[in-house]
Design a protein around this ligand. Structure first.
Ligand code: CAA
Length: 253
């Protein structure tokens, strides 16, 4: 990889699950990593684990839907690690409910974290990428973008992430910045564990039932997503932009 640009990545929602796995993987790939999450202590712990393994990292607590907090967090990563040229917009929440029972708060909070959060983070980070004429943005969509019962808010947000991705790819391409989306299927995380609990199933049984519907006959792991994120932020992916890659163990429609 060319060394003319800084190798500093920001991963949102990095305290747990897919975000934590991506942060760890990007550190092994040689990036200094800013781990951002609502929970300052959880992302500090992730940053300490990376540091203990010989990497460079900082944990920063913030709400990605808060504009001032986002600016401060990106500034802090830039000051402590260097200018961020990679951004992974992974922070996400679910507030599942049938449409007729979905509250305005359920709608606003899900759209706020995914779409407003990714917009604010991308706007704050892109200036560092433009300055260096190199950058990578990876947005986390989901198979739910194709529709999923009980997820009117989440599926709208995850479909929105795809349009956001394509537009940023068009705007930022001439500055050496690629923008792509990863759309995971069933991944073993606290989020899917909470879904199992909500529908009254043990997590093991829930995973087994999900695996039976997946062509490769297994559920996904956070590392399955981190593997693709690693490629999409690498030099080797420089002619891939504006794409949505489903990582779901099979075709999705
Ligand atoms: N007006 C009045 N009644 C209505 C109605 C309407 N517009 N629409 C539906 N109803 C009724 C139905 O007829 C049904 O009534 P009956 O029970 O009398 O038949 C009732 O409302 C709904 O009953 P359910 O038991 O089906 O619904 P629920 O409210 O208990 O829960 C659910 C439904 C929210 C979908 C719940 O099953 C759930 O949370 N499922 C999981 C959702 C899911 O897959 N989430 C993924 C999370 S993981 C993730 O998101 C990661 C990723 O990226 C893939």
């Amino acid at each position: 990889m060319s060394e003319s640009h800084s190798r500093v990545a920001i991963v949102t929602g990095a305290a747990r699950g897919i975000g934590a796995a991506i942060a760890k993987r990007l550190s092994s790939d040689g990036f200094a990593v800013g781990l951002l999450d609502l929970d300052e202590s959880a992302c500090a712990a992730g940053a300490e684990a990376i540091t203990a393994a010989g990497g460079r990292a900082v944990g920063v607590g913030l709400d990605v839907s808060d504009a001032a907090g986002v600016e401060a967090a990106v500034d802090r990563v830039a000051a402590e690690l260097g200018a961020p040229t990679v951004l992974v917009n992974n922070a996400g929440i679910t507030r599942d409910n049938m449409l007729f029972k979905m509250t305005e708060q359920d709608w606003d909070s899900v759209l706020g974290v995914h779409l407003r959060g990714s917009f604010l983070m991308s706007r704050a980070a892109q200036k560092h990428m433009i300055d260096q004429k190199w950058g990578r943005i990876v947005n986390l969509s989901s198979t739910s973008a194709l529709g999923n019962r009980g997820q009117a808010n989440y599926s709208a947000a995850k479909a929105g992430m795809q349009g956001f991705t394509k537009t940023l790819a068009i705007e930022l391409g001439k500055f050496g910045v690629t923008v792509n989306a990863i759309a995971p299927g069933f991944i073993v995380t606290d989020m899917t564990a909470a879904t199992a609990e909500r529908v009254g199933m043990g997590f093991e049984d829930f995973q087994k039932a999900a695996a039976e519907q997946i062509p490769v006959r297994r559920v996904g792991r956070p590392e399955d997503i981190a593997n693709l994120a690693s490629f999409l932020v690498s030099e080797d992916s420089s002619f891939i932009s504006g794409q949505v890659v489903y990582v779901a163990g099979g075709p999705t429609d």
